[in-house]
Design a binder for this molecule. Structure first.
Ligand code: BG6
Length: 494
């Protein structure tokens, strides 16, 4: 599929995401010739900028974040335009009509328009309505698509309400809900690993898998985003979307073919099979934590309550660990232990598939278990761990590993998540975007956790730089297991 000529309209163009992620992604796509010559980008926000001022601001960002320079940079910036609009006032959107007409004429983009909502979520319902008031959502003259950033709602009620609002003006095929984890090469690779090899899939079920660990750890704290994060917490910020999507990739059934409908049918199906959590389940299988100040490498690191924008009595979780189960034939009885947190010892996202041990231990009582470690980031790769004979007398088994590193591929020209997803949306390929039923299934699963937390949820303290509160270790130890403590296992050995 090729990219058709189009105009990309970014709402929230004066914000952080635009100059840190969106403009750099578009620049890189342009640099490698993936956008063609006939695209334009119209930034929209309340702040008054001229086209020139907007270009300068974006140029600075590209120099800073992408080391951009020379003709390619000038050429790219010449495609950037800006229009100030009061985004909550429908009448003001009239200013977009002549701008868009001119850009479509100039670039031959025949009305094709990709709207990107990179605004505060309170505007997600408003902008579609205001666009529709001026006929800017109909597909009579070119396609119209809308990319919506997370969060898609704050809980199940608001998520449903938002869906209704957007669907009043856009049809499902026009809506692209972005979850940048689905744009990560290594997350997509989970599917290829599973469904293009005869080796793994026969073992990929309750008969051979003992349990699965999914970790999304970050070493940074909430940084400048305390205000946003405090209303969100680890549950809404990482678990409800990114980690449940990763879980779906691990657990879904193979789609009959790879296209947006077939893939997303399977994703939604497995998410609807998540075992609903009762208060009793949550009492036993959920641990929430919040980081406290400590000294790391001689430097004092702030606790969550000292972060900018965070109320001093906040009960928001910056860590969560949860045991979930999937009620279907493939996974019945296999626990999925999922954890995520800020200010953990390292930044790592990984999945560990723990296989069952042999039925009878011939060589030693402590034979290493077989596991497949899928490192999503950083040092992307896959490591297979199994037991081999320890050299010397006797028959003692020791753990060895077979490792694959993405960095070893001859031309690892990976697109970043935003590059891949923007490109897909321009091509009209929604395979890697969350469909409404999957989003609903995630909220349906998460809502009881939010309710439980609101009523009884204790948030334990953990020191910044630790793997969460010790209660998280107890959660998994109850079942005779320990969390893997990931380190730089995939680093190239020199
Ligand atoms: C974002 C969250 O969606 O994902 C952030 O809002 C988090 O809090 C980020 O840091 C993690 O993304 P990545 O790609 O760095 O793992």
């Amino acid at each position: 599929m090729n990219v058709e000529n189009c105009c990309i309209v970014i709402f929230g163009a004066s914000g952080d995401l635009t100059f840190r992620k969106l403009i750099p992604a578009l620049y890189n796509l342009h640099k490698v010739g993936r956008l063609g010559e006939h695209f334009s980008v119209l930034g929209v926000a309340r702040t008054e900028f001229s086209d020139e001022q907007f270009r300068e601001k974006m140029r600075d960002a590209l120099i800073k974040f992408e080391n951009a320079s020379g003709e390619t940079l000038d050429e790219f910036c010449s495609h950037l335009y800006y229009q100030a609009v009061n985004t909550s006032d429908a009448l003001d959107y009239v200013k977009l009509l002549p701008r868009l007409d001119n850009l479509h004429d100039k670039y031959g983009s025949a009305g094709n328009t990709l709207y990107y909502l990179s605004t505060p979520p309170s505007l997600y319902g408003v902008i579609p309505e205001c666009l529709a008031a001026h006929g800017l959502t109909t597909e009579e003259f070119g396609w119209k698509r809308i990319i919506v950033e997370k969060p898609f709602g704050y809980d199940i009620q608001t998520a449903k309400a938002l869906d209704v609002q957007i669907h009043r003006f856009f049809e499902e095929h026009q809506i692209y809900r972005i979850d940048h984890y689905l744009g990560k090469e290594t997350v997509q690779n989970l599917l290829v690993l599973r469904f293009s090899n005869g080796l793994f899939e026969p073992l990929w079920n309750r008969n051979y898998i003992d349990y699965v660990e999914i970790t999304g750890a970050e070493s940074i704290g909430v940084e400048e985003r305390g205000g946003y994060y405090d209303g969100s917490g680890a549950m809404r910020d990482m678990f409800q979307n990114h980690l449940l999507q990763v879980l779906a990739m691990i657990a879904m059934e193979p789609p009959a073919i790879i296209n947006a409908d077939a893939m997303r049918d399977e994703v939604a199906k497995v998410l609807y099979c998540l075992h609903p959590l009762s208060d009793e389940d949550l009492k036993n299988n959920l641990v929430l934590g919040q980081y406290t100040a400590t000294e790391i490498d001689g430097e004092m690191v702030k606790g969550y309550l000292e972060e900018k924008g965070v109320p001093e009595d906040s009960n928001t979780e910056t860590f969560m660990a949860l045991k979930c189960e999937i009620d279907n034939w493939r996974w019945a009885g296999v626990p999925f232990y999922v954890r995520t947190g800020k200010r953990l010892p390292t930044r790592v996202t990984e999945v560990v598939i723990h296989f069952k041990t042999t039925p009878h231990p011939v060589f030693s009582q402590n034979a290493p278990e077989n596991k497949l470690i899928i490192r999503v980031q950083p040092d992307e790769g896959i490591s297979m761990r199994f037991g081999l004979k320890k050299p010397g007398a006797g028959f003692e088994a020791k753990e060895v590993s077979m490792d694959f590193r993405y960095a070893d591929l001859a031309s690892p020209s990976l697109l970043t998540a935003y590059e891949r997803l923007l490109l897909d949306a321009m091509k009209g390929d929604a395979t890697l975007f969350a469909r409404t039923d999957a989003v609903h299934a995630c909220w349906k699963f998460v809502q009881p956790i939010l309710d439980y937390k609101a009523q009884n949820g204790r948030v334990y303290e953990y020191e910044a730089g630790a793997w969460g509160p010790k209660e998280a270790d107890k959660l998994i130890a109850k079942h005779g297991r320990v969390w893997r403590k990931p380190s730089g296992m995939m680093k190239k050995k020199v």
